[in-house]
Design a protein around this ligand. Structure first.
Ligand code: IVH
Length: 675
């Protein structure tokens, strides 16, 4: 090889190292050092060099995650050490018995336990040879699984090459899962397209890993947590804790809920604590796993049949329950979409009473064949709307009744149009749609009118006090006092909130209008491409689709919205009511929109970007960051393990948002955050 070419090869390898390192900072440590844009630049440079010098492409390059062609079928893969399963228990007493047994068998030695979350996904094994991922397989029956290497390579949190050290052989074990929020988005998308939806994040992960075409898997938001090892050469581990730390140091994500305890009572308290925090996590867990820390003690305890004697799964209350479908009703959404909803005999699921569950749309209803009177399995995953997972057909008596979607809107009687899998009410004055539109208009990320809850909106619409969102600004105190359970104080508070919401940003106002297909992100795109509503209203199709990320469907929907007479009337009324916004796109050279102008933020707990960076972003957008919570604070951003500021915020009634919401505010303003 020529000297020059050798230089290029070296440069390419350096770029790869950098990209791997920054992936690690971002995904594993949650502490990115560079911005999205910088990362993209590195990645693009690597792609370009590899396109020019394909002879230097290696399978472990970060560009090579999705390469291979669809498979005909999966090959089987035999694990070198069987992948065991865990005995599981539900009661504290059973955990104490486990502890006693372990202590007895170890003759009263000192014991330390490692506690990990039990992730509700799919167990996988990843084989690394000399640092490179060579095989990825499912657990299967424990002895033989399926070779899903192509698919696992597409998951960004599975390193293609281990960092800092390359052992001759290392088998990493862990769980592939789908983050709850991503699952919800994926399901919504599948529903819109009329495709089969998934019952829960776990099924979604399973369905995604078992795709023969790795491009489909690559499009699915999968993630991976490592929790153990199989065979290793070139290194010895003394404890499970050491293994977890080692895995983290070479590029794997390890849950930050892992802890060490000596006393089994502490394990039991921790179980309780984690169960309480279950809904805050972005991944589903169904319990904790308690493992004896010392590898030497583990070996002495050994295994019986398929389960180790040194570990146990201590499960939470299940989130799946059986219940009966009392009725099926139809709910009308903001855009008129009709959603079938099962009315259930109330059941407790994970501490919450569930009496309704979504059936999504007509196709799903047919597929699952849910009938009134059926006994069904209902699941509530995270803070996701409860779902009917399946019907227990063996419980049918013959008295069940099938449900047919109506041809007319159940609320206003208008005609219903079928668009693919979705039926939509086309009634222009449908009160169900109006209520949903107002709810959206007043929501946190739209005009943010605090105190305008569902009950108030119901009454305002039913009493015809509000016929469109602009009517909110005409409400007087005496109007509000006519409503049930509305005292002088809350009426005044609501009026103040309405008044305050008149000063907003262009992006928020666009979003608040509830144009179909225009979510928060698109709204902010529009706001940075148009100066004001007038300019947006006059936009042509060509102008709209010339904006990156705005496609024909969205453009058409925007045009259709502005063609409506009712839109013109609404905009006029809003203007007359005194709704004002900071203009959108600024003439060249002017500063970007100060969307957070006048807003005060306080941070508590850990977030994934350095505080300083978060502060800078807020300030760039015209906001302020303060270190203590007062009544004047607008938002408290609560990260992981928040401190007493969170309590104070609750006490003072200050709005608390999580990191994701905060990031959305920044993203909505189109500022790049971390990576
Ligand atoms: S350890 C002996 N740790 O639970 C070791 N398993 O029934 C066996 N799981 O198939 C596995 N989180 O899919 C272990 N932190 C964790 C886990 C975990 C989830 C799953 C795994 C396994 C099943 C055991």
């Amino acid at each position: 090889m020529g000297v020059e070419k050798e230089e290029i090869r070296k440069h390419i390898e350096e770029l790869r190292e950098k990209i791997r390192y920054h992936n690690y900072r971002y995904y594993v440590l949650n502490e990115p050092e560079i911005s999205d844009a910088e990362y993209d630049r590195l990645f693009k440079e690597l792609e370009e060099l590899e396109a020019k010098y394909p002879e230097f492409i290696t399978p472990d390059s970060p560009t090579q995650r999705v390469g291979a062609k669809p498979l005909e079928e999966f090959k089987t893969y035999r694990h070198s050490i069987p992948m065991l399963s865990l005995n599981s228990v539900m009661e504290a007493a059973e955990v104490r018995e486990f502890d006693e047994r372990v202590r007895r068998m170890l003759g009263g030695e000192e014991i330390e336990y490692v506690v990990e979350p039990k992730i509700d996904g799919l167990a996988m094994e990843l084989v690394y040879k000399d640092g490179a991922l060579v095989v990825g397989s499912t657990r299967g029956d424990g002895w033989t699984g399926e070779d899903v290497t192509q698919n696992l390579r597409t998951i960004k949190t599975i390193p293609l090459r281990t960092l800092s050290e390359a052992l001759p052989l290392l088998e990493v074990r862990g769980e592939v899962y789908m983050p709850v929020r991503k699952f919800r988005e994926l399901n919504e998308e599948l529903g819109r397209r009329g495709e089969r939806m998934f019952a829960n994040p776990r099924n979604a992960a399973a369905g995604s890993v078992r795709q023969l075409d790795p491009r489909v898997t690559a499009s699915r938001p999968l993630d991976f947590f490592a929790y153990g090892i199989g065979r290793v050469e070139g290194r010895e581990f003394k404890t499970q804790w050491e293994i977890l730390n080692y895995l983290k140091s070479i590029g794997f994500r390890v849950s930050d809920l892992v802890r060490r305890f000596e006393d089994i009572e502490d394990v039991i308290s921790y179980h309780e604590e984690v169960e309480k925090r279950r809904d805050e996590l972005d991944y589903e867990i169904d319990g904790i796993v308690v493992k004896v820390n010392s590898v030497e003690q583990q070996n002495r305890l050994g295994t019986i049949s398929r389960s180790p004697r040194w570990a146990i799964a201590y499960k939470f209350q299940p989130r799946e329950e059986f219940t009966k479908v009392k009725d099926i009703v139809v709910q009308v959404g903001r855009t008129g979409a009709l959603t079938p909803v099962a009315i259930l005999e109330p059941v407790q699921i994970g501490g919450v009473t569930v009496s309704r569950a979504t059936l999504h749309n007509e196709e799903e209803l047919k597929r699952k064949d849910v009938r009134i009177g059926d006994t069904v399995v209902v699941e509530r995953a995270g803070d996701v709307i409860p779902e009917v997972v399946s019907v227990i057909k063996s419980k049918r008596t013959g008295a069940e009744r099938e449900f047919k979607m109506p041809d007319r809107c159940p609320v206003c009687g208008a005609e219903v149009l079928k668009e693919g899998p979705i039926r939509r009410c086309i009634g222009v004055s449908c009160t169900a749609q109006l209520k949903e539109r107002i709810k959206h208009f007043a929501s946190l990320r739209a005009l943010d009118i605090e105190g305008l809850g569902e009950k108030v909106i119901e009454q305002l619409v039913d009493r015809k006090m509000v016929t469109d969102p602009a009517d909110l600004f005409r409400l007087s105190k005496s109007d509000l006092l006519k409503l049930e359970r509305m005292g002088d104080k809350s009426a005044q508070k609501l009026l103040d909130a309405i008044e305050k919401s008149k000063h907003t940003t262009f992006a928020r106002l666009i979003y608040a209008l509830g144009i179909r297909h225009v979510g928060e992100h698109t709204a902010s795109l529009l706001a940075s491409n148009f100066r004001d509503m007038e300019e947006l209203r006059n936009a042509t199709y060509d102008k709209l689709v010339s904006i990156p990320e705005i496609g024909p469907e969205v453009a058409k929907s925007i045009l259709l919205f502005f063609e409506q007479e009712s839109t013109a009337r609404l905009l006029r009324k809003l203007e007359e009511a005194g709704v004002r916004y900071e203009p959108g796109r600024k003439p060249e050279g002017e500063a970007r929109e100060k969307v957070l102008a006048g807003k005060t933020f306080v941070f508590t707990g850990r977030i994934s970007i350095p505080r300083e960076e978060a502060k800078r972003k807020v300030e760039q957008l015209g906001g302020r960051v303060s270190s203590s919570v007062t009544k004047k604070t607008d938002y408290v951003v609560a990260g992981e393990e928040p401190g007493s500021k969170l309590e104070k915020a609750h006490k003072l009634g200050v709005k608390v948002i999580d990191e994701e919401e905060f990031m959305k505010m920044l993203k909505g303003a189109d500022i790049s955050v971390g990576n």
